[in-house]
Design a protein around this ligand. Structure first.
Ligand SMILES: NC(=O)c1ccc[n+]([C@@H]2O[C@H](COP(=O)([O-])OP(=O)(O)OC[C@H]3O[C@@H](n4cnc5c(N)ncnc54)[C@H](OP(=O)(O)O)[C@@H]3O)[C@@H](O)[C@H]2O)c1
Length: 247
């Protein structure tokens, strides 16, 4: 398949596991394995990558980021395309997914559009480790704040999405720490990766997935390639499925 035929609205997904929503990650990365340039992901992917990112969102009930991505780039579930919104509405969905952010510090800048954009619903998952004063400050900004227990934040957030938001699919759009938290706990089903034909160089690593400690053979998670498409511009659009692990 070449990129003129690639249309992520046509994708289909397996049923979610019984105990949580189906979870997919979507990232763009340079050929030397970096996901950040000048502090954000902007500039790494092409317009085609942007289109596919929005087309992918149509299938999901929630689009989620970690707190650092919120601070660097903002968190939004917008599709910015009336045809994609209609695609969802025709299938009985809301025009846009719900936007979600997971944070321990509660350091979410108030000027971000997340707090003022009425084009999508949104929820903040705040670790119970955060002081009450932080929680009250966030609540005063108008978006619901859900407390998630310290040490089990990610799994509790997914549980809330399933039980309280009725979510059956969650799309995680980074960054690396949130991706790593979810993958290391066996909570991710698929991984969409755009490999940009670029070398960024630089000293800092900024991988697509990160969790504490050095990599070990026993920590490796095996992937199966579901789809691989090369664009005219040289990007590789990769879709992987995680093989189940006993955690
Ligand atoms: N290339 C791409 O596709 C792409 C995609 C997304 C992001 N990015 C870039 O990646 C960078 C950020 O990535 P990152 O890895 O540094 O950070 P990140 O994963 O976006 O966020 C990490 C933060 O998420 C929160 N978090 C994660 N696990 C948590 C848990 N179990 N409980 C509570 N909170 C938890 C914490 O937020 P608090 O710090 O608020 O406590 C933590 O510091 C940005 O520069 C962004 O632009 C690139």
């Amino acid at each position: 398949m070449d990129s003129t035929e690639i249309d992520y609205t046509q994708l289909s997904f397996p049923d979610p596991p019984s105990d949580r929503p189906f979870v997919a990650i979507n990232m763009v990365m340079s050929a030397d394995g970096r996901t950040v340039i000048d502090g954000t992901e902007r500039g790494l992917g092409s317009q085609l990558d942007q289109r596919l990112m929005r087309e992918l969102r149509v299938h999901f009930d929630v689009v989620m980021n970690g707190g650092a991505t919120f601070r660097a780039s903002g968190t939004s579930a917008r599709l910015n395309n009336p045809e994609l919104e209609r695609w969802r509405v025709d299938r009985g969905m809301t025009p846009s997914p719900i936007a979600a952010v997971l944070t321990r510090s509660g350091d979410l800048p108030p000027e971000r559009r997340f707090f003022s954009d009425d084009g999508f619903e949104a929820v903040i998952y705040l670790s119970s480790a955060a002081p009450d004063s932080v929680r009250r400050k966030l609540e005063s900004r108008g978006r619901p704040v859900v407390s998630v227990p310290e040490g089990k934040e990610a799994v509790a957030a997914l549980d809330h999405m399933k039980r309280e938001l009725g979510a059956s699919r969650v799309l995680v759009e980074g960054g690396a720490m949130l991706n790593g938290e979810l993958i290391s706990r066996g909570l991710v089903d698929e991984y969409f990766l755009t490999l940009a034909p670029r070398i960024t160089g630089g000293e800092s690593a900024h991988p697509a997935v990160q969790w504490p400690g050095e990599p070990t053979a026993s920590g490796i998670r095996q992937l199966e390639v579901v789809q691989a498409t090369r664009s005219v511009g040289g990007e590789m659009f990769l879709r992987y499925r995680f093989q189940p692990v006993d955690m």
